[in-house]
Each structure stands twice: as C-alpha cells, then as structure tokens.
Design a protein around this ligand. Structure first.
Ligand code: THU
Length: 129
C-alpha cells in the first residue's frame, strides 16, 4: 500500500473508534515487514487511564498475530481540524520503538496534509535495554 492508501485505511479504522468521553476518533494502521496491514482505533474507558490509543491498539493487534517488525505506522484523527492533534503520544512512540517502526505518517480528516516523519525524529534517545 502506498502512503495515500495507508492514511485512507487509518481514517477508515477511526470510524470504529470507541471514544464516548473525548469524541476524538483516532485510527491507525501498522505495516509489517512482510507488507501485512493491521488496523486499530482508540478504545476509551470510564477509568480514563485504561484507554488504549489507536496506535497501541493496532500494534497490539499486529503483535498478537506474530508480527515482530513493523516498518510504518499511519495515524489519522478524523475529528481534528488541525493535523497537530494526530501526533502519537509519548507512550505510543515508546511502544512503536519496541517493534522497530521506521516511518510514521500523520494526518487528520480527508483532504488534510499528510506528514511523513522518520521515527528518530519523533523519539530521539528512546529507551532500549
Ligand atoms: N489518542 C490516540 O488514539 N492516539 C494518539 O496518538 C493521541 C490520543 C486518543 C486517546 C483518547 O481516546 C483520545 O485520543 C483523546 O486523547
């Protein structure tokens, strides 16, 4: 899938968001080194810290299928008017680092700019054992 297709898939994934508390729907897709694409959405909880971000949901789904190397993550927050709202949180960046993510695509709703970042740019000096 090319970048356009990946962000389209992330936007589609956001349609399945469970976000009754924030009303901020986020979708993500991860691409495995074999080209497999796995999606996820943010899943909120009445106990707010129990919420799973879209990126974390997608990465957990991919890892649960045996994926151990993920090259690209695309994220879309379809309710944001400003693309800056879609950047992965720090926790999700750390989760991405575990599986060797190299490239992150960030966008908002249809027509929004797609920004492509090298992972090092998003998490310099990340923790690793
Ligand atoms: N959220 C994500 O899913 N990904 C991010 O990168 C940032 C925030 C979710 C968590 C919560 O459900 C909602 O966005 C508002 O914070």
């Amino acid at each position: 899938m090319n970048n356009e297709e990946l962000v389209a898939a992330a936007r589609e994934a956001a349609e399945y968001s469970y976000s009754p508390y924030s009303n901020f729907r986020v979708g993500a897709v991860v691409v495995s080194e074999d080209g497999e694409v796995v999606s996820g959405a943010n899943i909120e909880n009445a106990a707010f810290p129990a919420t799973s971000c879209a990126e974390a949901t997608a990465i957990a789904a991919a890892a649960s299928k045996g994926v151990r190397k993920m090259t690209t993550v695309a994220v879309a927050c379809i309710d944001a008017t400003d693309v800056d709202g879609a950047y992965p949180c720090g926790r999700c960046r750390q989760i991405m680092s575990e599986f060797g993510v190299e490239t992150v695509l960030v966008t908002a709703g249809p027509g929004s700019e797609v920004r492509e970042h090298g992972f090092e740019e998003l998490l310099p000096y990340g923790f690793d054992l």
